[in-house]
Design a protein around this ligand. Sequence first.
Ligand code: SF4
Length: 188
Amino acid sequence: MTFDDLIQEMRHCEKCELCKTRQNVVMGMGVPKAEILFIGEAPGAQEDETGLPFVGRSGKLLDTFLNDIGLSRTKNIYIANIIKCRPPQNRDPLPAEWDACLPYLRTQFKFLRPKIVVCLGRIAAQRIMRPDFSVMKEHGTWTVKNGTYFTATLHPAALLRNPNNTPLALQDFRAIQEKINELCDHTY
Ligand code: SF4
């Protein structure tokens, strides 16, 4: 299977009930050989409409943080959600939906083999890093699994709701930049 095969499979996926209510599958976007992978939970309304992850106001805020440290979804990173289709009314994904969709992220991970993974928000951090991960207490900390460095930061949508926490996210992104300088081959 190639990366393009995977994209095609996701585009037509009917492995869970979310295929019935979605407008678009939000497969992910970025550079196929990116060394840095950002992971969110699931698409919202604007993502469902456009088929792209992290668009709208929270996506713009994320892009600002990325650009601040020399990152861009068109140049050197990949962004994907764990769940590829929008749950209706943004409800929490059901266990069967997590189980059906998570293998796609695992396959994306295998293709990318990123050096750094950044979880965006509590749910992504708890699914990817540790079920009891507290994003408010543990954001910006690092865990190494099989040679890949994992961290988490606050979700941009949460920062829009509570801008007082923005300095915490900026701090996390600076730490990500330092980790990139330490680990990555390319100049960012
Ligand atoms: S959420 Fe995932 S598993 Fe469910 S239909 Fe969409 S792509 Fe398939």
